[in-house]
Design a protein around this ligand. Structure first.
Ligand code: ADP
Ligand code: MG
Length: 286
């Protein structure tokens, strides 16, 4: 394509709310074979809310809220909102620390307490009844957080984050072009699969630690060029490693800086529109 065609292409993109950082990015989109999506905030709305509290509700929420007060994770925000709505006082905690991709830990009234995923609660006792409820909630596309005190899981909190209204169509558009679609997430396999089924994603890679997202993108590059679509701080390495990094406009500044394309309208259908624009720019008959 001529420099003029490139300017026209990126200019058209900008008008549609698809910011393409340079002509090379626009060209690379043309050759993409696989589109990899982050889940939370990219495929889903990213405003999770608590739907179920299993166990002694007020105790479970009080412990969880105490720990989550010091966390900035979207799941923490959901738990704090619910505790507030139920007028539950968060207890004081000491020795707080966050464990990346797993949850949070602290001391509550002299006892060790935690809120997080199954991996974080792996050494604690869980009743078979709670275990079964966790599996059922996950199959219903809900993220399950375990609340543990001392050596025991005392309850569960289920949190739901709906797919965006346009996610399903966006995936269908890409599949119609013959592209492979993949979801890459730190969330549990069952939840990830349930959401993937709702929106029609081909393949799920779940339980991925934040630091490992870029490695998975690299592995997928064995089959051809990869576009990665994400919004979070932990998506920045994957956005950089991918042949085309696509950041949601609503995402963190770190993600937006790492992306070669920014979707200002936060509409996932713009991934396919960027592809169409690239085809138009580079396949023009001279
Ligand atoms: P995602 O890829 O969905 O953004 P993260 O890597 O941030 O996920 O976290 C992975 C998982 O770790 C979450 O699904 C949750 O189970 C657990 N987790 C992380 N932070 C917290 C927290 N503050 N409270 C409870 N659970 C957490
Ligand atoms: Mg995200």
């Amino acid at each position: 394509a001529t420099p003029t065609a490139l300017m026209v292409g990126t200019g058209r993109g900008a008008k549609m709310g698809i910011l393409i950082k340079n002509g090379e990015v626009l060209e690379a989109v043309n050759d993409v074979k696989t589109v990899v999506f982050d889940k939370t905030g990219t495929i889903t709305v990213g405003q999770p809310r608590v739907t179920d509290v299993v166990g002694n509700q007020s105790r479970v929420l009080a412990v969880a809220a105490g720990l989550e007060e010091s966390s900035e994770h979207p799941l923490a925000t959901a738990i704090l909102k619910r505790a507030q709505a139920d007028q539950i006082e968060a207890g004081p905690v000491t020795d707080f620390h966050a464990i990346e991709g797993k949850g949070v830990e602290a001391t509550v009234a002299g006892q060790h307490a935690l809120v997080g995923n199954q991996k974080l609660a792996a050494d604690l006792t869980v009743s078979p009844a709670l275990q079964q409820q966790a599996a059922d909630l996950q199959a219903a596309a809900k993220t399950v957080v375990y609340v543990g005190v001392d050596q025991e899981v005392i309850g569960l909190i289920a949190i739901q984050d709906e797919p965006k209204a346009t996610s399903k169509q966006a995936i269908a558009d890409l599949k119609a072009r013959g592209l492979k679609t993949v979801m890459l997430t730190g969330d549990n396999e069952r939840v990830a699969q349930a959401i993937a089924n709702q929106v029609g994603i081909d393949e799920v890679i779940a339980d991925v630690l934040p630091g490992d997202k870029a490695d998975h993108v690299q592995a997928l590059q064995a089959d051809g060029k990869v576009a990665f679509v994400g919004d979070g701080i932990n998506d920045a390495p994957a956005l950089t490693v991918a042949d085309v990094g696509i950041a949601m406009g609503s995402g963190t500044d770190v993600a937006i800086d790492a992306g070669g394309i920014v979707l200002v309208k936060n509409d996932l259908r713009d991934v396919d529109r960027a592809l169409a624009l690239s085809r138009k720019t580079f396949n023009r008959i001279k």
